[in-house]
Write a protein that binds this ligand. Structure first.
Ligand SMILES: [Zn+2]
Length: 362
């Protein structure tokens, strides 16, 4: 079934992990193991590549630019100045453009482009045609806004196709505080949201700390989604949404993408120690989170997939029954097992994200 994944860090993997995503994940892993690489936590465990996306009929993704600024006293990894972070995101944008020239990807920036791209994939899948040569559509999103040197830079980014921004990531941010930090928006953050409103951009509520989340919903008037977020009721952590936050997003017409990072799926995960198998973290656990949102919403209109499967982790921290991202193709049968109707399953796999985008870009 045609599938949308609303959160992948493709360009980060290409530019910082030095992965040529035209190569299947199994081969990327063999190369990394042969080189004995240990510089990243997920070396030899990649699950995402273009061939694997196509095998899973994942023809449309929300793909990020990501580069954090860190002050001298901030222990998180990141760049020493906003200017360096900006330049890193420009290299990432250039990689996406280069992949377009290579026929691997196509950037989606408006409703016409979206409809044309989706029709192409749906027609190929309906006819049983080979999709291994179809380009993967991508909507460009910025995860953490630190790299925007000023709020005005978001207009420049809009110019090369940026359509969604999550102002925060981990820790204290230049515009908003994110996971494991806490503060209301600062003036720059408020200005950024005003610029995004003016440009008609999508706000990604993922990673916003609670204070910034509630303030953002109040002052931002445009479309809001949460590209990759699970539920606090199941795994209690500030990175996850409380039921009240989910309710507010549902009322706002949002779609929330279920994430496949094991520590966000099952309680008690210890990084670097726990294993997906021992923690009983299978793909089905994602359905628990999605279903929790559906119970709050009273329907299946506000959930989708935002896997994050290349977000600085791989098989060591992903569902044990997932070898590559192509295994998302098993999600429809897991939903059916839980009693989801064929119509609702289509909504989860692509319909809800498409409805959201068509309305955001009307
Ligand atoms: Zn993230």
């Amino acid at each position: 079934m045609f599938t949308v994944d609303a959160h992948l860090d493709l360009s980060m993997n290409a530019m910082e992990w030095n992965r040529d995503l035209r190569v299947p994940a199994a081969e990327l892993n063999a190369r990394e193991r042969a080189r004995g690489l240990v510089d990243k936590p997920d070396r030899g465990n990649a699950v995402v590549s273009f061939p694997d996306l196509r095998r899973g009929s994942i023809g449309l993704v929300v793909a990020t630019q990501i580069a954090r600024y860190v002050a001298p006293d901030n222990p998180l990894p990141g760049w020493s100045s906003p200017e360096q972070a900006w330049s890193q995101t420009q290299a990432q944008a250039e990689w996406y453009r280069t992949m377009e020239e290579a026929g691997e990807m196509v950037q989606i920036v408006d409703r016409d482009g979206l409809d044309a791209h989706v029709s192409r994939w749906l027609a190929a899948l309906a006819a049983g045609n080979d999709t291994s040569r179809l380009p993967i559509g991508y909507i460009l999103s910025l995860e953490g806004a630190d790299s925007l040197i000023t709020p005005r830079h978001v207009e420049r980014a809009y110019g090369y196709g940026l359509r969604a921004v999550g102002p925060a990531h981990y820790g204290p941010g230049r515009y908003a505080h994110g996971t494991d930090a806490s503060a209301p928006l600062n003036t720059a953050g408020q200005e950024l949201l005003a610029e995004m409103d003016r440009l008609g951009m999508i706000l990604d509520a993922t990673h916003l700390c609670d204070a910034a989340f509630w303030e953002s919903l109040k002052i931002f008037s445009g479309p809001v989604w949460a590209s990759h977020n699970n539920c606090r009721a199941i795994v209690d952590h500030n990175r996850q949404f409380s039921d009240e936050m989910i309710k507010a997003l549902v009322d706002r017409g949002s779609v929330i993408g279920g994430a496949l990072d094991a520590w966000m799926m099952v309680p008690g995960w210890i990084r670097g120690t726990s294993t997906p198998k021992a923690m009983h973290c299978g793909l089905e656990v994602m359905i628990d989170h999605l279903d929790h949102i559906c119970q709050i919403a009273g329907n299946a209109d506000h959930i989708g997939i935002g896997s994050d499967l290349d977000g600085a982790f791989g098989r060591e921290q992903a569902p044990h029954d997932l070898e590559t991202i192509a295994d998302l193709a098993r999600v429809p049968s897991l939903l059916a097992k839980r009693g989801y109707s064929p119509t609702d399953i289509e909504k989860v796999m692509h319909g809800n994200w498409l409805r959201f985008l068509r309305s955001a870009w009307a």
